[in-house]
Design a protein around this ligand. Sequence first.
Ligand code: NAD
Length: 368
Amino acid sequence: MIFETLASTGHEEVVFCHNKDAGLKAIIAIHNTVLGPALGGLRMWPYKTEQDALNDVLRLSRGMTYKAAVSGLNLGGGKGVIIGDPSKDKSEALFRAFGRYVNSLNGRYITAEDVGIDVNDMEWVLKETDFVTGVHQVHGGSGDPSPFTAYGTLQGLMATLNAKFGNEEVGKYSYAVQGVGHVGMEYVKLLREHGAKVFVTDINKDSVQRCVDEFGCEAVSLDDIYDVDADVYSPCALGGTVNHSTIPRFKFKAICGAANNQLATEDCGDEVERRGIIYAPDYAVNAGGLMNVSLEIDGYNRERAMRMMRTIYHNLGKIFAISKRDNIPSYKAADRMAEERIQTIGKIRLPHMGNGAPRFLGRMRGLG
Ligand code: NAD
C-alpha cells in the first residue's frame, strides 16, 4: 500500500522516526534529489491520524521539489513532520532526537522551519546535526525570510504585469491584498513605495489599521476582497482562495501573491485562464524564503540573497513563455518547467566523471 503510493508520487525515501523516551513520532520524506540535497521545512502539527501526517509530508515534500526546480536551485525536495501539539509537546529531547535522524541521512535531507516550529526549536536540532537551515543569525543563519519572500513576490509581480500589460510599472495598477502578516505587510509597503493603490484585508484588525495609518491603504472587509475593482489580486494569507465560488466574482486581470496553494483545484487554474486572468504560479512567486535559507548551506550572504530574488522575475518570464509555447495554463507550465529542468540536469550527470576513482585504483593494483 505504502509502496504503491510512493510509486505514484515518485518519492525516493520515507523515514519513520521514533524515540519513545523523547516522545518523537516523525516522518521525513525525500521526494527527489536529482538536483541536489532535499531541503524542506519541519512542520509540527497534531495530526488526527498517522495517515494524515504521511499524506501531508508526501504532498509537501513533492511541492518542494517543484519549487526548487523551477527556481533554478541545486536542491531537491523534502519535508519533515512531527506528530504533536506545538503548544505543549515541545522539548529539547524531542528536537534533538529528530536532529539525530536528520544527521543519519548524511545530508540527503536538510531541514528548516515550517508551521509550528520556531528558531529556538531549530537550535536544538542544530546540536545534533549541521544539516539544518533557518537557524538564528548568531549561528550564521539568515533570520526571518518574510521580507525576502515579499521582495521576491514583487519581482514575480513585475514579470506578471509585463506578460499581461506589456510594462512592469507597479504604481500604475491597483491591488487587492488578502492577509497582511509577515509577508503581506512587507509586500504592501513595497507596493505603496511604488505609488500603487492598495486595498487590504485581514482577520487581524490592528494589522489592517497599520496599513491604513502608516502606508495609506484602503481597508475592505474579509469577504469583500474578492469583489474589489482592482487590477491584481494578491493572496498573502491562506491557500485555496481561488476557487469556483470566488472566481466568478473577480474583476481582477492578474493573480500574483505569496500564499501557498492558491488554486483550490487544478481546474480553477484552467478557469482563470479561460477568463483571461493571468495567474502567476504561487510556488515560483513565493520561492524567496527558500532561496534565502538555501544560501546558508554555503555561508549566508545578504547581497547574494537580494540578487537571487531577482531571478524570480526571470523564472516567471520563462513560465509565461512556456505557457504560450505549449498553449497550456501557467500552472501547468510551471510544473513542466520544473520537470524539464530535473530531466535535463539529471542527464548531464552522465557520463560518470571519474570521482571516487582513487578508491578503486588500489584494488586494481592488488589484482595485478
Ligand atoms: P502570517 O501568519 O504572518 O500572515 C498571514 C496573515 O493572514 C495573518 O495576518 C492572518 O491574520 C491573515 N489571515 C488569515 N486568515 C485570513 C483570512 N481568511 N482573510 C484575511 N486574512 C487572513 O504568514 P506569512 O508568513 O505572512 O505567510 C503568508 C502566506 O505566504 C502563507 O500562505 C505562507 O505559507 C506563504 N509563504 C510565506 C513565506 C515566508 O517567507 N513567510 C514563504 C513562502 C510562502
